[in-house]
Structures are given as C-alpha cells and as structure tokens.
Design a protein around this ligand. Sequence first.
Ligand code: DWN
Length: 376
Amino acid sequence: MPIANGFLDKKDFSNEFFFNMEVGFNEELSLFQLNDHPKPEKMFNKNYPFFTGSSEYMKRHFKSYAEFVKKYLKTNSRIIEIGSNDGTFLKNFDNSENFLTGVEPSKNVADIAIKNNIPTINEFFNTVSAKKLKKFVGNTDLICASNVICHVPNLNNLIEAVDLLLSKDGVFVFEEPYLGSMFEKVSYDQIYDEHIFMFSATSISKIFSKFNFYLVDAIPQTTHGGSMRYVLKRFKNEDNESLKKIFNYEDKNNLNKIDSCLEFKKNCEISKDNITNKIKSFKDEGRTICGYAATSKSTTILNYCNIGTNYIDFICDTTKEKIGKFSPGKHIPIRDINYFHENMTDCVYLFAWNHKEEIFNKEKNFRGEWFSHVNL
Ligand code: DWN
C-alpha cells in the first residue's frame, strides 16, 4: 500500500513509498490493528491534505458534539483537542469563557486554525508536548478528539499524556470509526496507514482500565460510516444501561474474538470480487467511470482491488491540495468538481460513501449510476 493521503505529482511516481499493510488482532485487548505502519511524520506533516471543514455535514456534527461536551465544563475550564485539524470543533467554544488549546501535528492545517483565532500548538500529542503544555495550561477539565486516537501508534504514551493533563474529575471524550460498523458494512476501506487501530467499546474499556480510566459511556454516531463516541473518567459512574447494551452487542457478535475478524476477511474477499466484476461489466458495456472524492479510503480500495486508469478515468474532489495530482499507487488523475460537471461519466464510484446525503444533494443533475463497495 502507498500512503493513503500521499497524492503525488508525475515526477514523484518512480520514488513513491509503499509498505506491506497487514492487520492483526490482539486477543488480550480485543484490539483490531495494523501489524506495522509507516512513521507518523510520513503522513502528518506540512502537506496533510485533509481538512475537517471540507464537509458541511461534519461541521454540523462538530457543532452538536461541542454541545454534548459543554456539560463537562465549568467557568474558565480549559479544553484541549488532540489532533484539532483546522479548528472546526474548537471554534464552537467561546475562548473568553473557556480556554482552548488545539494540538495538531500537520502544520498546514494547524496554520488554518491559527488564522481563525483557534490557539493551536503544532506538535504531536504525547508526554513530551503534554509536559510543555502542563507548564502553561495547568490542569484541564476536558480533553477531546475525533478520528485521531486510532491514528496514534503509541497508545500507552498518549494515555499517559492525557493522565498528565486531565484534572481529577476531568473527562476525556473521543470519537473513532467503530469496528462493529466496519464489520457490518464490510467497509474495509477504513483500514489504511493512518488508521492503526479499529476500536470497539470492549477494546477501549480494556486498554484504558490499565491506566485507571473507566469507560462510562459509549454513544454510536453515524459519521464516517459508523463511529462511536467514548466518554472516559477516572472513576466509575453507576451502571450505564446503553453501555451495557453495546457490550452485549459486541459479545454477541464476537467483536472480542478473532473469529469475527476471520469472517470479515472472507467478506472482504467477496466484496473485492463483487466490485471488480461490477467495474469490468460497466467497461464491457462501454460505460465510462469516474471516482467521486479522493478519500484516504479510496487508496485502500483502488490498490487492494487493483483498479487503475484502465477503469477509472479520473477522480473529482473539492480539495485544492489534491487537484492536479494523482492518486497514491494507482496514479489516477484528480480533477476539480467543475471538471466532473463538464465531463460527467456514465457511472460514478462514490468513494466518500460516508458523505452520500451531502453529495447526492449537490449532484442532483447527475443522471448516471452511482455505485460503491458498500450499500448506497
Ligand atoms: O480519519 C480520517 C477521516 C476523518 O478523514 C482521516 N484519516 C482522513 C480523512 O479520511 P477520508 O479522506 O476518507 O475522509 P472523508 O471525509 O470521507 O473524505 C474527504 C474527501 O472527500 C476530501 O478530499 C474532500 C472530498 N469531498 C468532496 O470532494 N466533496 C467531500 C465532500 C463531503 C464533498 O462534497
């Protein structure tokens, strides 16, 4: 696999980086994870091309996520967001009532947040940056993250950093793609270099209890094709019925055992055959195909299923940092959305299937066939 967000120029084709992507399951922690991964600096640097604010739906989601966590704040509480990207989440708080700090390793996205007056430190969140932060922010009542914790290879160090900064009755809340949803939808495109872990409530509870943090709530989210919001504290609440239900679901569906992974593996192979046969039949019928949204996820699909420019003419996307470049590994040209509007193909592979409502709403004039490896 190449770097999922490593969109590149023609001149860089010959020295493109590839790694062997393989997943494993840690039975002690019930943790689905990559066996090996590229160094974080290879992915999160001054050229990271993903901006949280690229989806209107996600902006609304972050507004309601901010409303949800406000109950944990006191006057003058400090909020830290790990992996704060362009500040889309933090901008829902008033910096004069609560003190905000974003910690974001990718310089280009951190710069956007700073430009929008969101105090942001351009660093990886770990015990080193946490010790520096502690000196000038002291204790924090709320630490949040979204689609970030699964990107951090050294979870032990991350939790130690949270422990260092979080006040005694502080709360750590984060959202991540959910293992149960990935298994149900066979959305194996959630697996790529950045996503080192695919969590379940069981794995989160087991990991954090080693550090005396307790999972006190888990709330399913529709974002990114099925995510889970986890709420962790240093002490246990009274029994939470909805959390119990989630643990029961995970038990019943063997999410804490390797058996569910082996079933998933078979389903991925079936999905790969189905999608390649579908694309081949479109071609045989003389229909043209393009991709919609050059997502990180599309890198997994295209490279795992060996789909290149022999099938897909171009991928359209709204991100200016991707437009004019080529997709990682398969080198499909990335065009802007106007190009798609002027050169509509007969069929469109929706790579951002997780944003389908937003995209279908924008593309009402498209009369051809949408398709994807998951049900649309
Ligand atoms: O965890 C991660 C999630 C949150 O975001 C990261 N590792 C990277 C990224 O994953 P992704 O690239 O699969 O994210 P999305 O949100 O599924 O796709 C974003 C891409 O889709 C951007 O390149 C913009 C594009 N897009 C578009 O062209 N038109 C998105 C929308 C909503 C649109 O209307």
